[in-house]
Design a protein. Sequence first.
Length: 349
Amino acid sequence: MRLGINLGYWGLGMDADNTAVAQEADRLGYSVCWAAEAYGSDAATVLSYVAAKTERIDVGSAIFQIPARTPAMTAMTAATLDTLSGGRFRLGLGVSGPQVSEGWYGVKFDKPLARTREYVEIIRKAMSRERLVHEGVNWTLPLPGGPGKPIKLTVHPVREHIPLYIAAIGPKNLEQTGEIADGWLGIFFSPEHAALSLDPLRAGRAKAGQTLAEGFDLCPTVTIAVGDDIKAGVDSQRSYAALYIGGMGSREKNFYNQLARRMGYEQAADEIQEKYLARDYEGAAAAVPHDLIDATSLVGDTARIADRMQAYADAGVTTLTLAPAGFTLEERIRALRTGVEALERAGLA
Protein backbone atom coordinates (compact mmCIF):
# COMPACT_ATOMS: atom_id res chain seq x y z
CA MET A 1 0.00 0.00 0.00
CA ARG A 2 1.30 3.43 -0.96
CA LEU A 3 0.78 6.72 0.86
CA GLY A 4 -0.52 10.00 -0.52
CA ILE A 5 -0.98 13.47 0.95
CA ASN A 6 -4.02 15.69 0.46
CA LEU A 7 -3.34 19.42 0.81
CA GLY A 8 -7.05 20.23 0.75
CA TYR A 9 -8.09 23.71 -0.30
CA TRP A 10 -5.27 26.17 -0.95
CA GLY A 11 -5.58 29.76 0.21
CA LEU A 12 -6.93 29.17 3.73
CA GLY A 13 -3.95 30.77 5.46
CA MET A 14 -1.59 27.80 5.12
CA ASP A 15 -0.10 28.39 1.66
CA ALA A 16 3.54 28.43 2.78
CA ASP A 17 2.88 25.47 5.07
CA ASN A 18 1.29 23.53 2.20
CA THR A 19 4.44 23.99 0.14
CA ALA A 20 6.57 22.70 3.01
CA VAL A 21 4.19 19.76 3.55
CA ALA A 22 4.36 18.80 -0.13
CA GLN A 23 8.15 19.00 -0.13
CA GLU A 24 8.42 16.88 3.02
CA ALA A 25 6.05 14.30 1.52
CA ASP A 26 8.26 14.25 -1.57
CA ARG A 27 11.35 13.71 0.59
CA LEU A 28 9.65 10.94 2.58
CA GLY A 29 8.67 9.01 -0.54
CA TYR A 30 4.93 9.66 -0.63
CA SER A 31 3.38 8.52 -3.89
CA VAL A 32 1.08 11.42 -4.73
CA CYS A 33 0.14 14.92 -3.57
CA TRP A 34 -3.49 15.90 -4.19
CA ALA A 35 -5.03 19.39 -4.23
CA ALA A 36 -8.73 20.23 -4.05
CA GLU A 37 -10.95 23.03 -5.33
CA ALA A 38 -14.42 24.26 -4.43
CA TYR A 39 -15.07 27.98 -4.89
CA GLY A 40 -11.72 29.42 -3.86
CA SER A 41 -8.36 28.49 -5.32
CA ASP A 42 -8.33 26.34 -8.44
CA ALA A 43 -6.45 23.06 -8.29
CA ALA A 44 -4.62 23.37 -11.62
CA THR A 45 -2.61 26.44 -10.60
CA VAL A 46 -1.79 24.93 -7.21
CA LEU A 47 -0.59 21.68 -8.80
CA SER A 48 1.63 23.59 -11.23
CA TYR A 49 3.27 25.32 -8.28
CA VAL A 50 3.64 22.10 -6.26
CA ALA A 51 5.12 20.27 -9.25
CA ALA A 52 7.70 23.03 -9.64
CA LYS A 53 8.65 22.77 -5.96
CA THR A 54 8.99 18.96 -5.86
CA GLU A 55 10.98 16.33 -7.72
CA ARG A 56 9.46 12.85 -7.54
CA ILE A 57 5.99 12.88 -6.02
CA ASP A 58 3.00 12.72 -8.38
CA VAL A 59 0.56 15.64 -8.33
CA GLY A 60 -3.16 15.02 -8.66
CA SER A 61 -6.45 16.88 -8.80
CA ALA A 62 -8.83 15.78 -6.09
CA ILE A 63 -10.82 17.03 -7.74
CA PHE A 64 -11.24 19.09 -10.88
CA GLN A 65 -14.94 19.98 -10.79
CA ILE A 66 -16.75 18.82 -13.91
CA PRO A 67 -19.12 21.83 -14.12
CA ALA A 68 -16.15 24.22 -13.97
CA ARG A 69 -14.54 23.25 -17.28
CA THR A 70 -15.42 21.87 -20.66
CA PRO A 71 -14.00 18.38 -21.15
CA ALA A 72 -11.63 19.62 -23.86
CA MET A 73 -10.26 22.26 -21.46
CA THR A 74 -9.69 19.57 -18.84
CA ALA A 75 -7.83 17.45 -21.39
CA MET A 76 -5.63 20.45 -22.25
CA THR A 77 -4.93 21.10 -18.57
CA ALA A 78 -4.11 17.46 -17.88
CA ALA A 79 -1.75 17.27 -20.84
CA THR A 80 -0.04 20.51 -19.83
CA LEU A 81 0.39 19.46 -16.19
CA ASP A 82 1.74 16.07 -17.21
CA THR A 83 4.25 17.75 -19.51
CA LEU A 84 5.35 20.39 -17.00
CA SER A 85 5.70 17.85 -14.18
CA GLY A 86 7.68 15.37 -16.24
CA GLY A 87 4.95 12.73 -16.30
CA ARG A 88 3.74 13.07 -12.71
CA PHE A 89 0.11 14.16 -13.12
CA ARG A 90 -3.02 12.24 -12.08
CA LEU A 91 -6.43 13.50 -13.21
CA GLY A 92 -9.15 13.33 -10.56
CA LEU A 93 -12.70 14.38 -11.50
CA GLY A 94 -16.00 14.88 -9.72
CA VAL A 95 -19.39 16.44 -10.32
CA SER A 96 -19.22 18.56 -7.14
CA GLY A 97 -22.69 19.19 -5.66
CA PRO A 98 -25.86 21.02 -6.63
CA GLN A 99 -25.13 24.14 -4.58
CA VAL A 100 -21.70 24.73 -6.13
CA SER A 101 -22.63 23.54 -9.61
CA GLU A 102 -25.69 25.77 -9.90
CA GLY A 103 -24.77 28.56 -7.49
CA TRP A 104 -21.15 29.11 -8.53
CA TYR A 105 -20.87 27.78 -12.08
CA GLY A 106 -24.43 28.21 -13.30
CA VAL A 107 -24.53 24.62 -14.52
CA LYS A 108 -27.68 22.61 -13.88
CA PHE A 109 -27.02 19.65 -11.59
CA ASP A 110 -28.96 17.06 -13.53
CA LYS A 111 -28.08 13.55 -14.67
CA PRO A 112 -24.61 13.64 -13.07
CA LEU A 113 -23.85 10.02 -14.03
CA ALA A 114 -24.52 10.57 -17.72
CA ARG A 115 -22.62 13.86 -17.66
CA THR A 116 -19.59 12.20 -16.04
CA ARG A 117 -19.55 9.33 -18.50
CA GLU A 118 -19.72 11.66 -21.49
CA TYR A 119 -17.11 13.97 -19.97
CA VAL A 120 -14.67 11.07 -19.56
CA GLU A 121 -15.34 9.85 -23.11
CA ILE A 122 -14.42 13.25 -24.56
CA ILE A 123 -11.29 13.54 -22.40
CA ARG A 124 -10.14 10.09 -23.46
CA LYS A 125 -10.63 11.01 -27.14
CA ALA A 126 -8.79 14.31 -26.76
CA MET A 127 -5.93 12.76 -24.81
CA SER A 128 -5.49 10.10 -27.48
CA ARG A 129 -4.71 13.02 -29.84
CA GLU A 130 -7.27 11.93 -32.39
CA ARG A 131 -9.39 14.58 -34.06
CA LEU A 132 -12.15 15.40 -31.63
CA VAL A 133 -15.60 14.40 -32.82
CA HIS A 134 -18.39 13.72 -30.35
CA GLU A 135 -22.17 13.56 -30.49
CA GLY A 136 -23.79 13.39 -27.07
CA VAL A 137 -26.52 14.78 -24.87
CA ASN A 138 -24.34 17.41 -23.19
CA TRP A 139 -21.70 18.13 -25.83
CA THR A 140 -21.55 18.00 -29.62
CA LEU A 141 -18.14 18.58 -31.18
CA PRO A 142 -17.77 20.29 -33.55
CA LEU A 143 -20.98 22.29 -33.24
CA PRO A 144 -23.18 21.52 -36.27
CA GLY A 145 -23.93 24.12 -38.92
CA GLY A 146 -20.99 26.38 -38.13
CA PRO A 147 -17.34 26.94 -38.98
CA GLY A 148 -16.00 24.51 -36.39
CA LYS A 149 -13.93 21.55 -37.54
CA PRO A 150 -12.46 18.50 -35.79
CA ILE A 151 -9.26 19.49 -34.01
CA LYS A 152 -6.67 17.39 -32.21
CA LEU A 153 -4.59 18.19 -29.15
CA THR A 154 -1.22 19.69 -30.02
CA VAL A 155 0.46 19.00 -26.67
CA HIS A 156 2.30 15.69 -26.30
CA PRO A 157 1.98 14.48 -22.69
CA VAL A 158 4.92 12.57 -21.26
CA ARG A 159 2.78 9.47 -20.85
CA GLU A 160 0.43 7.94 -23.39
CA HIS A 161 -2.11 7.26 -20.63
CA ILE A 162 -2.67 9.71 -17.76
CA PRO A 163 -4.40 7.94 -14.82
CA LEU A 164 -7.99 9.10 -14.45
CA TYR A 165 -9.76 8.96 -11.07
CA ILE A 166 -13.34 9.75 -10.12
CA ALA A 167 -14.59 10.88 -6.72
CA ALA A 168 -17.70 8.84 -6.02
CA ILE A 169 -19.90 8.12 -2.99
CA GLY A 170 -23.28 6.81 -4.14
CA PRO A 171 -23.69 3.19 -5.30
CA LYS A 172 -24.51 4.02 -8.94
CA ASN A 173 -21.66 6.50 -9.24
CA LEU A 174 -19.30 3.97 -7.65
CA GLU A 175 -20.32 1.30 -10.14
CA GLN A 176 -19.77 3.65 -13.08
CA THR A 177 -16.39 4.67 -11.62
CA GLY A 178 -15.31 1.05 -11.55
CA GLU A 179 -16.34 0.73 -15.18
CA ILE A 180 -14.79 3.85 -16.75
CA ALA A 181 -11.96 5.07 -14.49
CA ASP A 182 -8.46 3.97 -13.48
CA GLY A 183 -9.00 4.71 -9.82
CA TRP A 184 -11.42 5.83 -7.13
CA LEU A 185 -11.10 8.84 -4.80
CA GLY A 186 -12.97 8.07 -1.59
CA ILE A 187 -13.82 9.91 1.62
CA PHE A 188 -15.12 8.69 4.99
CA PHE A 189 -14.04 5.17 4.03
CA SER A 190 -14.10 2.61 6.81
CA PRO A 191 -12.49 -0.85 6.42
CA GLU A 192 -15.36 -2.25 8.51
CA HIS A 193 -17.86 -0.91 5.95
CA ALA A 194 -15.69 -1.49 2.87
CA ALA A 195 -18.37 -3.44 1.03
CA LEU A 196 -20.52 -0.30 0.75
CA SER A 197 -17.95 1.10 -1.69
CA LEU A 198 -16.09 -1.91 -3.01
CA ASP A 199 -19.08 -4.04 -4.05
CA PRO A 200 -20.41 -1.47 -6.57
CA LEU A 201 -16.85 -0.68 -7.73
CA ARG A 202 -16.29 -4.39 -8.27
CA ALA A 203 -19.55 -4.64 -10.24
CA GLY A 204 -18.42 -1.80 -12.48
CA ARG A 205 -15.05 -3.42 -13.10
CA ALA A 206 -16.87 -6.63 -14.07
CA LYS A 207 -18.86 -4.67 -16.67
CA ALA A 208 -15.53 -3.58 -18.16
CA GLY A 209 -14.29 -7.17 -18.12
CA GLN A 210 -11.75 -6.48 -15.35
CA THR A 211 -11.28 -6.80 -11.59
CA LEU A 212 -10.23 -4.42 -8.84
CA ALA A 213 -6.89 -6.22 -8.69
CA GLU A 214 -6.06 -5.35 -12.31
CA GLY A 215 -4.42 -1.96 -11.94
CA PHE A 216 -7.36 -0.14 -10.32
CA ASP A 217 -6.23 2.31 -7.62
CA LEU A 218 -8.43 2.41 -4.51
CA CYS A 219 -7.48 5.75 -3.04
CA PRO A 220 -9.48 7.03 -0.05
CA THR A 221 -8.47 10.13 1.90
CA VAL A 222 -8.34 9.76 5.68
CA THR A 223 -7.49 12.34 8.29
CA ILE A 224 -4.58 11.52 10.60
CA ALA A 225 -4.30 12.86 14.15
CA VAL A 226 -1.21 11.73 16.06
CA GLY A 227 -1.18 11.48 19.86
CA ASP A 228 -1.86 9.30 22.87
CA ASP A 229 -5.23 10.88 23.66
CA ILE A 230 -7.69 9.12 21.34
CA LYS A 231 -10.66 11.24 22.41
CA ALA A 232 -8.75 14.47 21.76
CA GLY A 233 -7.70 13.19 18.34
CA VAL A 234 -11.27 12.32 17.44
CA ASP A 235 -12.62 15.60 18.81
CA SER A 236 -10.15 17.55 16.68
CA GLN A 237 -11.92 16.24 13.58
CA ARG A 238 -15.52 16.82 14.61
CA SER A 239 -15.94 20.15 12.81
CA TYR A 240 -14.57 18.65 9.58
CA ALA A 241 -16.97 15.71 9.74
CA ALA A 242 -19.92 17.94 10.64
CA LEU A 243 -19.21 20.24 7.69
CA TYR A 244 -19.48 17.39 5.23
CA ILE A 245 -22.27 15.35 6.83
CA GLY A 246 -24.33 18.39 7.78
CA GLY A 247 -23.45 21.18 5.40
CA MET A 248 -22.08 19.89 2.10
CA GLY A 249 -25.22 20.02 0.01
CA SER A 250 -28.88 20.71 0.57
CA ARG A 251 -31.19 18.99 3.01
CA GLU A 252 -32.49 16.83 0.18
CA LYS A 253 -29.17 16.06 -1.53
CA ASN A 254 -26.10 15.59 0.63
CA PHE A 255 -24.01 12.62 -0.51
CA TYR A 256 -21.93 12.50 2.68
CA ASN A 257 -25.03 12.48 4.86
CA GLN A 258 -26.42 9.61 2.81
CA LEU A 259 -23.15 7.70 3.23
CA ALA A 260 -23.31 8.09 7.02
CA ARG A 261 -26.83 6.67 6.90
CA ARG A 262 -25.69 3.66 4.89
CA MET A 263 -23.01 3.06 7.52
CA GLY A 264 -25.74 2.78 10.16
CA TYR A 265 -25.69 6.31 11.60
CA GLU A 266 -29.17 7.40 10.49
CA GLN A 267 -30.17 9.14 13.71
CA ALA A 268 -26.85 10.93 14.05
CA ALA A 269 -26.94 12.00 10.40
CA ASP A 270 -30.36 13.59 10.98
CA GLU A 271 -29.17 15.43 14.08
CA ILE A 272 -25.93 16.66 12.51
CA GLN A 273 -27.75 18.01 9.48
CA GLU A 274 -30.54 19.66 11.47
CA LYS A 275 -28.08 21.47 13.72
CA TYR A 276 -25.69 22.42 10.96
CA LEU A 277 -28.40 23.89 8.74
CA ALA A 278 -29.68 25.81 11.78
CA ARG A 279 -26.13 27.22 12.10
CA ASP A 280 -25.54 25.43 15.38
CA TYR A 281 -22.09 24.37 14.24
CA GLU A 282 -20.83 23.41 17.68
CA GLY A 283 -23.91 21.28 18.28
CA ALA A 284 -23.49 19.61 14.90
CA ALA A 285 -19.86 18.79 15.67
CA ALA A 286 -20.79 17.37 19.07
CA ALA A 287 -23.42 15.15 17.43
CA VAL A 288 -20.90 13.34 15.21
CA PRO A 289 -20.43 9.86 16.75
CA HIS A 290 -16.97 9.11 18.13
CA ASP A 291 -17.04 5.70 16.42
CA LEU A 292 -17.78 7.18 13.00
CA ILE A 293 -14.71 9.42 13.12
CA ASP A 294 -12.50 6.72 14.61
CA ALA A 295 -13.58 4.21 11.94
CA THR A 296 -12.82 6.57 9.05
CA SER A 297 -9.59 8.15 10.33
CA LEU A 298 -6.15 7.36 11.67
CA VAL A 299 -6.06 8.41 15.32
CA GLY A 300 -3.53 7.58 18.02
CA ASP A 301 0.11 6.70 18.40
CA THR A 302 2.26 4.99 15.79
CA ALA A 303 1.28 1.49 16.86
CA ARG A 304 -2.46 2.18 16.72
CA ILE A 305 -2.16 3.94 13.38
CA ALA A 306 -0.13 0.99 12.03
CA ASP A 307 -2.95 -1.38 13.06
CA ARG A 308 -5.51 0.76 11.25
CA MET A 309 -3.30 0.96 8.17
CA GLN A 310 -3.22 -2.83 8.13
CA ALA A 311 -7.01 -2.84 8.21
CA TYR A 312 -7.13 -0.48 5.22
CA ALA A 313 -4.66 -2.65 3.31
CA ASP A 314 -6.66 -5.78 4.14
CA ALA A 315 -9.78 -4.06 2.81
CA GLY A 316 -8.03 -3.59 -0.55
CA VAL A 317 -6.84 0.03 -0.39
CA THR A 318 -3.84 0.54 -2.68
CA THR A 319 -3.11 4.24 -2.02
CA LEU A 320 -4.00 5.65 1.39
CA THR A 321 -4.08 9.43 1.20
CA LEU A 322 -3.48 11.25 4.47
CA ALA A 323 -4.98 14.60 5.43
CA PRO A 324 -2.92 15.71 8.46
CA ALA A 325 -4.90 17.24 11.30
CA GLY A 326 -3.51 20.25 13.13
CA PHE A 327 -3.12 23.95 12.55
CA THR A 328 0.66 24.21 12.75
CA LEU A 329 3.29 23.10 10.29
CA GLU A 330 4.99 21.09 13.02
CA GLU A 331 1.82 19.06 13.67
CA ARG A 332 1.32 18.33 10.00
CA ILE A 333 4.95 17.33 9.40
CA ARG A 334 4.80 15.07 12.46
CA ALA A 335 1.71 13.40 11.02
CA LEU A 336 3.49 12.84 7.68
CA ARG A 337 6.48 11.23 9.38
CA THR A 338 4.29 9.12 11.64
CA GLY A 339 2.44 7.88 8.56
CA VAL A 340 5.67 6.54 7.08
CA GLU A 341 6.75 5.02 10.39
CA ALA A 342 3.36 3.34 10.82
CA LEU A 343 3.39 1.98 7.26
CA GLU A 344 6.82 0.44 7.88
CA ARG A 345 5.75 -0.92 11.27
CA ALA A 346 2.77 -2.61 9.64
CA GLY A 347 5.07 -4.18 7.04
CA LEU A 348 3.25 -2.46 4.20
CA ALA A 349 5.96 -0.14 2.86
